[in-house]
Ligand binder design. Structure first.
Ligand code: WT7
Length: 644
């Protein structure tokens, strides 16, 4: 598995070169307080300064940065740019349908809209500390609403538009959100997404919701609940465009974002205001080699952490021009990304390996028929990128002119943690490269011994960084248990990693029961819980399996109750159950009927074996002597063959 190519980016004068990276990194580790103090002063405008830069303890899970400092995040993203950048474009919005007009929002206008929106929310009763749930498509109003919450000091909880009413309700109830902001509909790849209808269904079971604010995106007729539903545009029209940003403590939560874990329900990841903003601004600036005249495009949805950190908070606090795209890479055809790049002269482009692989499958002509000469930096995020996809991105998309930056991080980390920096280091296709400033990763074996030099094991982070999550909403104990108890004194990432002789990190994927489908995290336990809701299902076990485009697919083993027979209809029914409970993104790619599941004598399902069977690696099943009934395995293999 040794790396095959090492690229050096010639010629260009990058913000950070090899020597600067090393000096800077060394300083950031040697005097972390000084480094993060300097960054905080340079990148963020504070109302009151801190008494202590960092104060944390990985044994108790107490994380505090910039103690006693105060700021307002929306003020940082808007007001402070008005002097120099009032007319600079903040958001370029590119609609799903290329025939619809682009929307251009300058910093002054964005500021005005955010102030108005803050007034609207305030009139609806939102106060500092209240939770506001945002269930919107990729339209500028999503960013406006997030920033309006930040202006009031309300905590937003954005829920991706692909989640079902059930999932939405679960998140609203866990966070006890007071207001739900949604749209009449979403539009992706020419298809309507019935957001308001989903929201209505969710609200049957959400007692905390007082008002539903509805943004008008389309013309579809929608159901209207008098007294509860309010049109966004009507309120905005009459709202005041003045709203003083509320002074927030650096440690006050900025938002909650739900993500899947290895067990139980999704957890509400809580991020801070001050530390989070410093970290996203700092990583944005260095990882993307930011220049004032960049047109920066991150293709993620704001419903994920990538959208929070690298569409909204990182870029806007930096005063960047951000492109926001409503659509999908293959609509109207597989050239769409590159047409948009050419149309708006995009210089920095950040996407996911799954999108790259989907485009590779459509052929090079869709790329080569476009110009792409504006591109300067290419980034990737979400899952390990296979070297073939990396090469294609580098050679075909970037014409070998642009560094490809592989950024490893997580919802929990708030920002990029291990990454290459443009021009500052060699690139090894498939490696996330080296730690970002201030970070000290380590590789530990299963007993927690720290491995030195070249190593393969579990990835931990040995010290805090400002963007680190602060808690799981409403369940701090779970936070401590999930992240700090496995390898005491360290933050456990849940990922496996290898470190090579040059100190480069190669992420090998999750070592827990989380699967990564198209860069989206799905807990196997969640899918299993959904499946067993159906009366026909006695037992279900879900694992990840290799998938050419998605990276990992979802493979479900299902044991039926007596009286039920396997059938294609039943498969469809079960897929429907998962779609309803979680959303389309969690629907199994394969459902294999299983007479029984491989279990240890104590009754624990041996997922290792199920993963091997799903991946067609039955020659290397490993030790199966601890199984209660080892004939189960043979039967599963036969059943798999028969089902094909
Ligand atoms: C998990 C986190 C970070 C924003 C999107 C995903 C995997 C993420 C990489 C990468 C290899 C990666 C890890 C991680 N992952 N980026 N560059 N190389 N793996 O956020 O949903 O919280 O998922 O995604 O397994 O733990 P997330």
């Amino acid at each position: 598995m040794e790396e095959k190519t090492v690229y050096n980016m010639p010629g260009y004068s990058w913000n950070i070169n090899e020597k600067k990276y090393q000096d800077f990194y060394r300083q950031s580790i040697k005097d972390s307080d000084l480094f993060w103090e300097t960054q905080a002063k340079q990148l963020v405008q504070w109302k009151k300064s801190w008494t202590k830069v960092q104060n944390w303890d990985f044994y108790t899970g107490t994380i505090r940065w910039y103690e006693e400092a105060t700021l307002n995040v929306s003020e940082n993203c808007l007001d402070r740019h008005l002097q120099k950048r009032a007319d600079k474009i903040a958001i370029i919005w590119e609609p799903d349908n290329p025939d619809e007009p682009t929307r251009i929002i300058r910093y002054a206008e964005l500021h005005r809209q955010v102030c108005k929106c803050a007034s609207v929310l305030s009139d609806l009763g939102v106060r500092k500390g209240d939770r506001v749930c945002i269930y919107l498509p990729m339209i500028p109003e999503a960013a406006v609403c997030m920033l309006a919450c930040a202006r009031i000091g309300a905590i937003h909880s954005v829920v991706f538009g692909g989640f079902s009413p059930e999932s939405l309700a679960g998140r609203i109830n866990d966070s006890k959100s007071k207001i739900l902001i949604t749209a009449d509909q979403g539009l992706r790849g020419g298809r309507y997404i019935p957001l308001k209808a989903n929201a209505d269904k969710a609200c049957h079971q959400t007692p905390s919701i007082e008002k539903v604010l509805v943004v008008q995106r389309g013309k579809q007729d929608i159901n209207w609940v008098a007294g509860r539903d309010v049109w966004y545009h009507e309120q905005m029209e009459k709202a005041s465009d003045m709203y003083d940003a509320v002074e927030m403590d650096a440690e006050d939560p900025l938002f909650i974002l739900y993500t899947s874990g290895s067990t139980g329900k999704p957890k509400g990841i809580v991020h801070s205001s001050g530390g989070y903003l410093v970290y996203t601004a700092c990583t944005f600036k260095y990882v993307f080699d930011y220049r004032e005249d960049d047109v920066y495009w991150c293709t993620a949805d704001v419903g994920w952490i990538t959208g929070h950190s690298y569409i909204v908070y990182g870029p806007l606090s930096t005063g960047a021009t951000v492109l926001m795209f409503e659509g999908v890479p293959t609509y109207p055809d597989a050239s769409r990304f590159w047409h948009v790049v050419d149309k708006h002269r995009v210089s920095v482009f950040y996407t996911a390996p799954t999108a790259i692989r989907a485009l590779i499958a459509r052929g090079n002509e869709f790329v080569t028929c476009t110009d792409r000469s504006s591109l300067r930096v290419l980034g990737t995020v979400g899952e390990p990128i296979n070297p073939e996809a990396w090469e294609w991105y580098y050679r075909i998309v970037g014409k070998q002119r642009c560094p490809v930056i592989d950024t490893w991080w997580q919802t929990e980390t708030g920002g990029i943690m291990i990454t290459s920096l443009p021009g500052a280091m060699n690139m090894k296709p498939g490696s996330a490269s080296l730690p970002f400033f201030g970070n000290v990763p380590a590789i530990v074996d299963d007993k927690g011994n720290v491995l030195q030099g070249e190593a393969n094991g579990n990835l931990v982070l040995t010290r805090s960084w400002p963007g680190q999550m602060r808690s799981i909403y409403g369940d701090h104990e779970r936070y401590v248990k999930m992240y700090f108890s496995t390898y005491p004194g360290n933050y456990f990432t849940g990922d496996g990693a290898r470190r090579d002789k040059d100190g480069f990190y190669w992420i090998t994927g999750r070592v827990d029961d989380v699967i990564n489908v198209s860069g989206h995290r799905i807990g196997t336990a969640e899918v299993e819980s959904a499946l067993v809701l159906h009366e026909s299902v006695a037992e279900a076990a879900v694992v990840g399996c290799p998938h050419e485009i998605k990276g990992q697919g979802i493979y479900a083993y299902v044991t039926l109750c007596d009286g039920y027979e396997p059938s294609d209809e039943l498969q469809q029914t079960l897929r429907g159950v998962v779609r309803k409970e979680i959303g389309g993104l969690a629907v199994p790619d394969v459902i294999q009927w299983a007479n029984a599941l491989p279990k240890t004598r104590s009754g624990k399902i041996m997922r290792r074996i199920l993963r091997k069977i799903a991946a067609n690696e039955v020659e290397s099943l490993g030790d199966i002597s601890t199984l209660a009934d080892s004939t189960v395995v043979e039967k599963l293999i036969i059943q798999k063959k028969q089902q094909k």
